[in-house]
Design a protein around this ligand. Structure first.
Ligand code: NI
Length: 208
């Protein structure tokens, strides 16, 4: 039995950093093509000055990918909208769909937009010190509905993996989060959403 060493990281609440992180990636606006409902607004945003800016950044501490191990980290998303739609992460279901996840708000104001395989939506509002439990089998995406950066820490099983295709194959998530014009947000149905075939849903629950 080879023991792993304990770890220690410090979350940068303001800058969304993670000291001691073992990995980092960023998503720029150009990486998020096709995710937003308003394609014309996306195209316009992509060519304005600073258009291809970083929308979100993830730093994590990943000791291993072994079953029973954990991955944790910090995500930071800048504020903004494409048309009326608030900035969002790409979103995923876990490749091992029965794996859950915890997100904790560190700074800013956001939402966890969740969708079951059969298309039920749940939305959890996240502020500082809010802990959000994402149960097994729920597709999840975070949305920055605030004026400042949204910083959240997260933790999930190391063998969970991510399946990003599940959202794309359905024409997006069933609901989109828009500016309500009064400083808040509103969830509206996505007209491009196509319900998943029952066989696909059954396969997810069967672990296929
Ligand atoms: Ni996840």
């Amino acid at each position: 039995m080879q023991l792993r060493e304990p770890g220690r990281c410090v979350i940068g609440v303001i800058d969304g950093g993670l000291s001691g992180a073992t990995g980092r990636y960023v998503k720029r606006l150009s990486d998020l093509s096709g995710l937003y409902g308003d394609a014309a607004a996306f195209a316009a945003a992509a060519v304005e000055e600073g258009g291809d800016r970083i929308v979100y950044e993830v730093q994590d501490y990943r000791p291993s990918g072994a079953t029973g191990d954990l991955i944790f980290g910090v995500t930071r998303m800048v504020p903004g909208r494409i048309g009326r739609e608030y900035f969002l992460t790409r979103g995923h279901i876990h490749a091992r769909a029965d794996r859950s996840e915890i997100y904790t708000g560190e700074a800013g104001r956001g939402l966890m937009l969740m969708e079951s395989p059969s298309g039920e939506t749940r939305i959890v509002e996240i502020g500082p010190r809010t802990v959000c439990y994402v149960p097994p089998y729920w597709i999840h995406r975070s949305v920055n509905v605030g004026d400042g950066e949204l910083v959240m820490s997260f933790c999930y099983p190391a063998d969970a993996g991510q399946d990003y295709g599940i959202i794309e194959q359905a024409g997006g998530m069933r609901q989109r989060i828009l500016d309500d014009g009064a400083g808040g947000w509103v969830a509206v149905d996505n007209p491009d959403y196509r319900p998943r075939p029952q066989a696909r849903i059954d396969a997810l629950f069967a672990g296929a």
